[in-house]
Design a protein around this ligand. Structure first.
Ligand SMILES: Cc1cc2nc3c(=O)[nH]c(=O)nc-3n(C[C@H](O)[C@H](O)[C@H](O)COP(=O)(O)OP(=O)(O)OC[C@H]3O[C@@H](n4cnc5c(N)ncnc54)[C@H](O)[C@@H]3O)c2cc1C
Length: 536
C-alpha cells in the first residue's frame, strides 16, 4: 500500500524524538503521578506543547492553515507516543484535534483561515462540545438550540442556549466548536472564550485522566454573528461529525494501544527482575501465558489493524468509519485488559500508585467510553459489516480469505482464510435462521467480526515484515480468533435452539474441526513469542 499523505519520515521521527525528550523533563512519571494524585490540570505543560518552541498541535492541522498536515499514520504514531506519556495530556490534544475537525471538513475558506489559522499560529486550546446531559451516545437527542436572529429576510446572528456535558478542555479552551439545533438541523458553531453567556460549569472529578480538564460548558443567551456557523449552512453538523470518524476513532485506538503498551512494558520489565520461588517471574509459564503473552499478541494485532487503516486513509480512501470503529473497539478494549493484567503482573506493587500501572489502568479506561462507547462501536460494526456481507453474498470476506491463503503457513494464511470464510457463512446463515435479531447476538458477532478482521490485517503485516517473532505471534492470534469464532457460533446455535440437523450442516460447512484441531498456535510458537517479547 502506498502512502500518499502525511509527513516525511525525518519530520515524524523528529516529533517522536521531541515527545521522548518531553518524557524526560516536562512529562515525567513523577510529575504525572503528582497531577493524578492531586487532580492537577497541567495547563502550563499543555500551553508549552502548543508554543512555537514545540508546536505539537501542528501535526493535526492542515498545511494550508499553517499546520504540518500530518496524515493518519502520523497522527496514530504521535497519539500512541503521547498516550504512553500521559493519557490526560494526550486527551487535551484529542480535544484540540476533534474541536478543529468540524472546521477542517466543513468551514468556508475564510473561516478556515480565520479560525484554524489562529489555532495553528497562536496555539489556541480548542474544545469540542457535542455531548449533553441527555444526549450522550444518541447525539441526535441534543437540546442546545441556536435560534436565528433575523434582520429583514437574512439571518444576522444566532442566540445559543443549552448545556454541554463532559467537555475536554471545557474550562480552559480559547475556542469552542459547539453542536446546536437550528431550524435547518444540527449545526456546528465556533465560539470564542469570553463571549458573553458562555461559561464553564462544574468540573468533573474522575476515575482517571485526572490531568485532563473535563467540564460542563453552559450557554445562556450567547449571541454570535451568523458567520460563526461553520460552513455558513444549517443542518450539516452530523455530517461533519461523521466525516471524520475514520480519523478520530483511529486516534483513540492509538491511545488504547499506547496505554496498553505503556502498562505491559512495565510488566515485562518487572517480570525479568522480580524473583519468586527462585526464578524470575518471566520463567514461570503460568505467569507469562496468563498475564503477558495474550496481551502482547493482541496489542500486536491491534497495531497491525491500525497501521492498515491509517495507510488506507493516507492513500485517499474515503470514509472508513466502520474500520475506525473496529480499530477503536479492539485497541481500547485490548489496551484496557493489558493494563488490568499488568497490575496483577506486579502483584501488590501493581496496586500501589508509585508503580504507575494502576494509574495507566484508570487512565486507559476512558478510551472505551469517549468518542463512542464500545457498545456503540459494536452496533456500528455489526450493522455495516452485516450489510456488506449480504450485499456481496459473502465475497467481502471470501475474497480476503483467498488473498491471505496465498500468504502461506508462516502467517497462518490458511487458518485465517478459513476464519474469514466461516465468518461470512455465519453472518449469512444466522440471517436465514433468524438468529441475529437480538442485540446481544449482534454484539457477540461484532466482536468476532472485529477479531477476524484483525487476524486478516495481522496476517498481511506479518507477511510483509517477516520477523519470525511477529509471525509466531500472528499464528498464536489466529488460533485464538478461530477458537472464539467457533465458540460464539456453537453457543448461539444452542441458545437459539436450532434443530440438530441444521447445527450439523453448519458445523460441516464451516469445518469446525479444521478451525479447532489445528497445530497453529502451538506451545513452541507461544514460547517463540515469549522469547521475542523478552528481548531487550
Ligand atoms: C473524560 C471524558 C471526556 C469527554 N470528552 C468529551 C468531549 O471533549 N466532547 C464531547 O462532546 N464529549 C465528551 N465526552 C462525552 C463522551 O463522548 C460520552 O460520555 C459518551 O459518548 C457516552 O455518552 P454518555 O456518557 O451519555 O453515556 P450513555 O450514552 O448514556 O451510555 C450509557 C451506557 O449505555 C450504553 N448504550 C448507549 N446506547 C446504547 C445502545 N444503543 N445499545 C446498547 N448500549 C447502549 C453505553 O455504551 C454505555 O455503556 C467525554 C466523556 C468523558 C467521561
Amino acid at each position: 500500500m502506498t502512502t500518499t499523505a502525511g509527513l516525511d519520515r525525518e519530520t515524524l521521527d523528529l516529533i517522536l524524538g521531541t515527545l521522548k525528550d518531553l518524557g524526560k523533563d516536562l512529562i515525567t512519571d513523577e510529575r504525572c503521578l503528582e497531577w493524578d494524585e492531586k487532580d492537577i490540570l497541567p495547563e502550563d505543560v499543555i500551553r508549552k506543547l502548543l508554543s512555537p518552541d514545540v508546536g505539537m498541535h501542528l501535526v493535526f492541522l492542515p498545511e494550508d492553515c499553517g499546520g504540518l498536515g500530518g496524515g493518519a499514520h502520523d497522527i496514530y504514531r504521535v497519539s500512541e507516543a503521547m498516550a504512553k506519556l500521559d493519557l490526560g495530556v494526550a486527551t487535551a490534544f484529542l480535544a484540540i484535534a476533534l474541536g478543529s475537525d468540524p472546521l477542517r471538513v466543513g468551514a468556508t475558506d475564510e473561516q478556515r483561515e480565520r479560525w484554524l489559522g489562529r489555532v495553528a499560529e497562536e496555539g489556541l486550546v480548542v474544545a469540542y462540545g457535542v455531548t449533553e446531559p441527555e444526549a450522550g451516545s444518541n447525539v441526535a437527542a441534543l437540546k442546545t438550540v441556536a435560534e436565528p436572529i433575523m434582520e429583514g429576510d437574512t439571518v444576522k446572528a444566532y442566540r445559543l442556549n443549552g448545556t454541554k456535558q463532559f467537555i475536554s478542555n471545557g474550562s480552559i479552551a480559547d475556542l469552542f466548536t459547539i453542536l446546536a439545533k437550528t431550524p435547518g438541523g444540527p449545526s456546528f458553531f465556533v465560539l470564542e472564550k469570553g463571549t458573553p453567556g458562555l461559561t464553564p460549569g462544574r468540573m468533573e472529578v474522575k476515575h482517571g485522566i485526572r490531568s485532563s480538564n473535563t467540564a460542563q460548558v453552559i450557554l445562556e443567551d450567547v449571541e454570535i454573528p451568523a458567520d460563526q456557523l461553520i460552513g455558513l449552512e444549517e443542518g450539516k453538523g452530523l455530517h461533519q461529525a461523521n466525516e471524520v470518524f475514520g480519523f478520530t476513532r483511529l486516534m483513540v485506538a492509538a491511545f488504547g494501544l499506547g496505554g496498553g503498551e505503556a502498562a505491559l512494558e512495565r510488566a515485562i520489565a518487572y517480570s525479568r527482575e522480580r524473583k519468586q520461588f527462585g526464578k524470575p517471574l518471566c520463567e514461570l509459564r503460568g505467569y507469562t501465558h496468563k498475564l503477558l503473552l495474550p496481551n502482547f499478541v493482541r496489542l500486536e494485532a491491534a497495531r497491525a489493524y491500525i497501521e492498515e487503516v491509517a495507510a488506507r486513509l493516507d492513500s485517499g480512501e474515503p470514509g472508513l468509519q466502520t474500520e475506525g470503529s473496529i480499530a477503536k473497539l479492539y485497541a481500547t478494549e485490548t489496551g484496557n485488559a493489558a493494563a488490568e493484567d499488568s497490575i496483577q503482573a506486579l502483584g501488590g506493587y501493581g496496586y500501589c500508585h508509585e508503580y504507575v500501572v494502576e494509574k495507566i489502568k484508570r487512565d486507559v479506561r476512558i478510551t472505551t467510553i469517549y468518542e463512542g462507547t464500545s457498545e456503540i462501536q459494536q452496533s456500528i460494526i455489526y450493522l455495516f459489516r452485516f450489510r456488506q456481507t449480504v450485499r456481496s453474498k459473502g465475497a467481502f470476506y471470501t475474497d480476503q480469505a483467498a488473498e491471505v491463503r496465498a500468504l502461506g503457513d508462516a502467517v497462518a494464511g490458511d487458518l485465517v482464510g478459513r476464519c474469514a470464510e466461516a465468518l461470512a457463512h455465519t453472518l449469512l446463515t444466522f440471517r436465514k435462521l433468524k438468529l441475529a435479531s437480538g442485540q446481544h447476538v449482534q454484539f457477540e458477532l461484532a466482536l468476532r467480526i472485529t477479531e477476524v478482521e484483525h487476524a486478516l490485517a495481522f496476517c498481511r503485516r506479518a507477511a510483509r515484515v517477516e520477523t519470525p517473532g511477529l509471525q509466531a505471534a500472528c499464528r498464536v492470534f489466529a488460533a485464538e480468533v478461530a477458537t472464539n469464532l467457533v465458540t460464539t457460533c456453537l453457543r448461539t446455535l444452542a441458545a437459539g435452539k436450532i434443530e440438530p440437523e441444521k447445527v450439523t450442516e453448519f458445523k460441516q460447512a464451516v469445518d469446525v474441526e479444521a478451525l479447532l484441531e489445528t497445530p497453529v498456535g502451538s506451545f513452541e510458537e507461544m514460547a517463540e513469542v515469549i522469547a521475542w517479547m523478552l528481548e531487550e
